[in-house]
Design a protein around this ligand. Structure first.
Ligand code: HXC
Ligand code: NAP
Length: 260
């Protein structure tokens, strides 16, 4: 594939990426490293982080892996502090940690609803809040990974829809409250992205072809599509973009085609 971005557009930057060991946000972590940033990746399980750390390092990048649950504020504060100890600062925060499963609203327990809201929405707030002083110093930025499920309504996804609506509210609120500190806050709302845990959980393989025909661009998204959007939004090319959640879904949500 032809190169899209100039070399080293994030040289000298430090990024803290939750959910950065796997899937979409793993791709984003790797792409930011390839663009020159030093990367800290955080999630609950160190075994989900080590392979990505090794991949980034084998590509010549620097990576620090730290186990932390985004629901645990003290653990996140500690992960941020260790990242600053290691790399000296934080310029970019990417919130990709999330949880999902299919469940009808009438069968979902209160704790099931709350668990997903706690990981996606409260987890995003926790990380932004814990990184604030560092972002203020660096005039840094935040990139929140959202979804499009809540733009209309998606059956069996009430918990995730509420959680991601919360994430979008956090993006808009912080962009307004923290813009004055020079901190930009944006999001990406991926559509259906192939070869991911999210799609495995939401879409039985036999339905993939049927959904593909109902996506205006006639294909599933690729992790690379989200990496490119993330590189654009975190680079200086987006220096006047603040409070936006960029939909990267091939036009899928406009047709109102549910995943489930
Ligand atoms: C109904 C369920 C359930 C299921 C869990 N629960 N799985 N309810 N159907 N399949 C309920 C449990 O019964 C419990 O409620 C509560 O949720 C908490 O469950 P735990 O297993 O204790 O939670 P925890 O260990 O914290 O794990 C969180 C998790 C898990 C979300 C449930 O699946 C996880 O760790 N996921 C991370 C990976 C992931 O989901 N990746 C996909 C992200 S993709 P009770 O009442 O019994 O105590 C994504 C796509 C978005 O977000 C949009 C795509 C288009
Ligand atoms: P994924 O690989 O399962 O990514 C989720 C990540 O979150 C995992 O690395 C997981 O690692 C981490 N995580 C989960 N709970 C956590 C917690 N409590 N604390 C810290 N980390 C936690 O799934 P994905 O499909 O690539 O999704 C990545 C992002 O894209 C998510 O925000 C998702 O909502 C969004 N998205 C995905 C799609 C899609 O088509 N796949 C569509 C729209 C939006 P651990 O298990 O180690 O904690």
């Amino acid at each position: 594939m032809n190169k899209i971005f100039a070399d080293n557009i994030l040289q000298g930057k430090v990024a803290f990426v939750t959910g950065g060991g796997t899937g979409i946000t793993g791709g984003v972590a790797r792409a930011l490293a390839e663009a020159g940033a030093k990367i800290a990746i955080a999630s609950r399980k160190i075994e989900n982080l080590e392979p990505m750390k090794q991949l980034i390092e084998s590509n010549g990048g620097e990576c620090f892996a730290v186990a932390a649950d985004v629901r645990d504020y003290a653990a996140i504060e500690n992960a941020i502090a260790r990242t600053v100890e290691r790399f000296g600062k934080i310029d970019i925060v990417v919130n990709g940690a999330a949880g999902n499963f299919l469940c009808k609203a009438e069968e979902l327990s209160s704790n099931g609803f709350g668990t997903v809201v706690d990981i996606d929405a409260k987890g995003t707030f926790n990380v932004c809040r814990a990184a604030f002083e560092e972002l203020k110093k660096s005039k840094g930025q935040i990139l929140n990974i959202s979804a499009t499920l809540h733009y209309l309504a998606t059956p069996m996804q009430i918990h995730v829809s509420a959680a991601k609506a919360g994430v979008d509210a956090i993006t808009r609120n912080l962009s307004v409250e923290w813009g004055g500190y020079g901190i930009r806050v944006n999001g990406i709302a991926p559509g259906p992205i192939e070869d991911t845990e999210g799609m495995k959980r939401l879409l039985p393989e036999p339905l993939k072809e049927k959904l593909t025909r109902r996506i205006p661009l006639q294909r599933f998204g690729r992790i690379k599509d989200i990496e490119n959007a993330a590189l654009f939004l975190t680079s200086d090319a987006a220096s006047y973009i603040n409070g936006v959640t960029l939909v990267v879904d091939g036009g899928q949500w406009l047709l109102g085609t549910s995943f489930s």
